[in-house]
Ligand binder design. Structure first.
Ligand SMILES: NC(=O)c1ccc[n+]([C@@H]2O[C@H](COP(=O)([O-])OP(=O)(O)OC[C@H]3O[C@@H](n4cnc5c(N)ncnc54)[C@H](OP(=O)(O)O)[C@@H]3O)[C@@H](O)[C@H]2O)c1
Length: 293
């Protein structure tokens, strides 16, 4: 299949490219001038907020599948740069839909558990959404545009992504490893919960959605539901780093710019049943990541 990956230089875009290029022909675009890693990709530089450029790119590539991994992903930054977050996460999605309208090209879009308020997670696909921060609101609006559209689509919500990619723009794991390797103390919250997700597993979901021609909303996440503090301890354990450098804190004490959902995370029964994809534990994923590093 002719697959276009938008946001191909991002953490998940890269993982997706590595897995899907085994079977599919990959075109990719992102903001940067060139592809930032070594792979067989027909690359072009493109900003999804530029409607004209996006229309021309999609007309030129004529993809059968578009996977949208591009987003403004800085959760705290989204509180300050509201206009930009909205322009990318809502306007950009709208532009992709315009470029695909009237075609049978399927759009697979990545979304987040931050569309929920975190009062009673982990969440399944049928639970009501209510974002507590601006990033979550923009991601939810992007989802809503897709759900109203007439083209074939699949939306996959995930959370706390980590992987072994060259680009680690939004990775908690990379941050923990870097700090502990420099023997720096870190403060990590023990009251925000989720199920950290290995990017490789999420890329397998993309492959299954393409193979099965599946549509609709899916949740996909790792097997273990943990606090960020517990996650950091597991990272230290697998990478042989000093756990005593990890201090427990609370969301209130950390005072992040964007409010966070406390009990976030996802339940993934639908993906398990319909897509029959594997799910990975944190330790298993981190060990594989370490082996590949
Ligand atoms: N990381 C997580 O923990 C997590 C959790 C849940 C859901 N998600 C979702 O998963 C998807 C992939 O996330 P990720 O972690 O791979 O993010 P990432 O590493 O930040 O990658 C996103 C990519 O999109 C690019 N981009 C930003 N604005 C763009 C624009 N206007 N036009 C074209 N490209 C643009 C970014 O370029 P720049 O870096 O130059 O801005 C970056 O290369 C996103 O939809 C995100 O919301 C991520």
């Amino acid at each position: 299949m002719n697959v276009l990956i938008i946001g191909v230089n991002g953490m998940f875009g890269e993982e997706c490219t590595r897995l899907l290029s085994r079977k599919h022909s990959i075109s990719g675009c992102d903001l940067q001038e060139k592809l930032e890693y070594d792979a067989d990709v027909n690359y072009c530089s493109m900003d999804i907020t530029d409607q004209k450029a996006l229309l021309a790119t999609i007309a030129n590539i004529n993809p059968e599948i578009v996977i949208n991994c591009a987003a403004y992903t800085d959760v705290d930054g989204s509180e300050i740069n509201r206009e930009l977050a909205r322009k990318v996460n809502v306007g950009g999605v709208g532009n992709i839909l315009k470029a695909l309208s009237g075609s049978q090209t399927k759009l697979i879009h990545i979304s987040t558990d931050y569309v929920f308020d975190g009062s009673q997670g982990p969440y399944d696909e049928d639970q009501p959404t209510k974002a507590v921060n601006y990033y979550g609101r923009t991601k939810l609006e992007g989802e809503e545009l897709i759900r109203k559209s007439e083209i074939p689509w699949a939306i996959v919500r995930t959370n706390v992504l980590f992987g072994n990619t060259t680009t680690q723009k939004a990775s908690f794991v990379r941050w923990v490893i870097d700090k502990l390797q420099r023997f720096e103390t870190i403060s990590v919250v023990n009251d925000q919960f989720g199920n950290p997700t290995w990017t490789y597993g999420l890329a397998e979901v993309m492959e299954r959605i393409i193979d099965l021609n599946a549509t609709g909303l899916f949740h996909y996440a790792g097997k273990d539901y943990v606090s960020r503090f517990e996650f950091a301890l597991k990272i230290a354990g697998v990478f042989g780093l000093d756990p005593m450098l990890i201090r427990k804190t609370t969301t209130r004490a950390l005072n992040q710019k964007a409010p966070r959902p406390y009990k976030a995370g996802l339940t993934c029964k639908k993906a398990e049943k319909q897509l029959k994809v594997p799910f990975y534990s944190i330790i298993e994923s981190l060990n594989k990541m370490k082996g590949n590093a």
